[in-house]
Design a protein around this ligand. Structure first.
Ligand SMILES: *[C@@H]1O[C@H](CO)[C@@H](O)[C@H](O)[C@H]1NC(C)=O
Length: 434
């Protein structure tokens, strides 16, 4: 009970501290410097990168970027970020390229695929490899905190926040995929998701099966569907209370969990930078959420990470994951009572997602030490998916959940393999991939 209250408190504090501060644009002199200097693989200015938003960050490193707005069938306004081509290679504008759609995890955003910088961020690497890169943002995060009628900051109503990864998979992904196919004139695209970016994909494949044909291949980094063996402390602590958490949160008018606030940026800069005694505490907070792995951790980059993450989610997203841990299944959201579930689903217990309907060719990339995507849960997912093609264990046993985004060797250990698989889809006879 005490743990639950503490989680609540965290949500209260995070929500109360929302401060909107205009983000600065890069200095022209800085950009000039970049032209003349050797290109950095990571960040050339930790504090600047912590404060720039995704489009400004991409522009700063001289990559092309486009901002696109997508409206879902239920009125959420989502922001997508596109890197249409590379900077050093495959850099001819307006050339037709295969599309890769990249989708972030819980509390994350498109920032997680660029904040580690050129040469390390998946977004940049894919662009250099000749892909047209589209990065989604799920409803409720920093970039998609808008709705045609509902107000995310409404004092008396949490209507905006009544969604979980069910709606993200059911409504956000189809809307964004249709938009991308329309904008590029392509018929199909490749999908790379991390964590919740995989959960929501499996939801879509099961509930909107017509979308399976729009995906050439799906690459699940740290796949999360079943969570029976979850070892994440925070989620395990809330699992038994996952329905209460939401009722209490709604009672006090909170539907949002850990929104992006400038406080995280400030704290990250003040406490997490190099040569500050608190830096190990920052590392520990990160690992409490994402799993411990010293090998892949670049502590210097922490201010940039905390400048962009957490990027916000709904309380219900967290509660839905908690339910999956408690229930050991992969089901739709539990409304808390048989009657309420009946109203939604016409059955008393939330229906399971039918994974056999996910007929997209799926490749799972997982690791031994990931607390949120346990090997046994991944095995079960693999055996139940309609068309699971490959299962790849990251060849480093300590590789963990957040390393898929921030790991020092993520490129060598994961991305290179994903890119090889994408490029070889035609060889396996799945598509006339060009
Ligand atoms: C960590 O990040 C810093 C800052 O971007 C970079 O200079 C350094 O090379 C990185 N360290 C490792 C081990 O990758």
């Amino acid at each position: 009970m005490r743990i639950m209250v503490r989680v609540e408190l965290l949500a209260v504090i995070a929500t109360c501290l929302t401060v909107v501060v205009a983000r600065s644009s890069p200095q022209p002199s800085k950009i000039q410097e970049l032209f003349t200097n050797v290109e950095p693989r990571y960040s050339d200015d930790i504090f600047e990168d912590a404060n720039l938003d995704v489009p400004a960050l991409i522009r700063k490193y001289r990559y092309p970027v486009e901002i696109h707005t997508v409206i879902t069938e239920d009125g959420y306004i989502l922001e997508m970020h596109r890197i249409p081509h590379g900077r050093d290679a495959n850099n001819v504008p307006n050339q037709k390229k295969p599309v890769v759609f990249v989708m972030h995890g819980l509390l994350c955003s498109s920032a997680d695929f660029v904040l580690m910088g050129p040469g390390s961020g998946l977004g940049y690497i894919l662009a250099e490899e000749g892909f047209d890169v589209w990065m989604g943002n799920a409803r409720g995060n920093y970039y998609s905190r808008r709705h045609v009628t509902l107000n995310p900051d409404a004092i008396l109503s949490t209507a905006f926040w009544k969604f979980s990864y069910d709606e993200i998979g059911n409504k956000d992904l189809p809307a964004m995929i249709d938009y991308v196919l329309e904008a590029t004139g392509e018929k199909r695209l490749h999908y790379v998701g991390h964590s919740q970016g995989t959960t929501s994909f499996f939801v879509m494949g099961a509930m909107r099966p017509e979308y399976n044909d729009k995906i050439i291949s799906m690459h699940a980094l740290a796949p999360v569907a079943y969570m029976a063996h979850n070892r994440n402390l925070l989620l395990n602590a809330i699992a038994p209370f996952s329905n209460n958490i939401e009722s209490i949160a709604y009672l006090v008018g909170i539907g949002e969990f850990m929104p992006h606030t400038i406080i995280f940026t400030w704290a990250g800069e003040a406490m997490c930078r190099d040569e500050v005694v608190f830096q190990p505490i920052c590392s520990n907070i990160l690992f409490l959420i994402g799993g411990w792995n010293e090998n892949q951790h670049n502590a210097t980059m922490m201010p940039v990470i905390f400048g962009h993450t957490p990027a916000g989610s709904s309380v219900r997203q967290l509660a839905h994951y908690g339910q999956g841990i408690a229930d050991k299944g992969f089901r739709r959201y539990d409304y808390g009572s048989a009657l309420a579930n009946y109203r939604e689903y016409k059955v008393f217990k939330p229906p399971s997602y039918d994974l056999s309907k996910v007929t997209t060719p799926v490749f799972l990339h997982y690791s031994d030490s990931d607390p949120l995507a346990h090997v046994q849960d991944v095995d079960r997912l693999f055996s139940e998916l309609g068309r699971a093609i490959g299962k790849f264990r990251v060849p480093e046993s300590t590789f963990s959940h957040i390393d898929y985004m921030y790991g020092i060797n993520a490129k060598e250990l994961v991305y290179d393999r994903v890119i090889n698989l994408i490029k070889s889809m035609n060889i396996y006879g799945f598509d006339d991939y060009v």
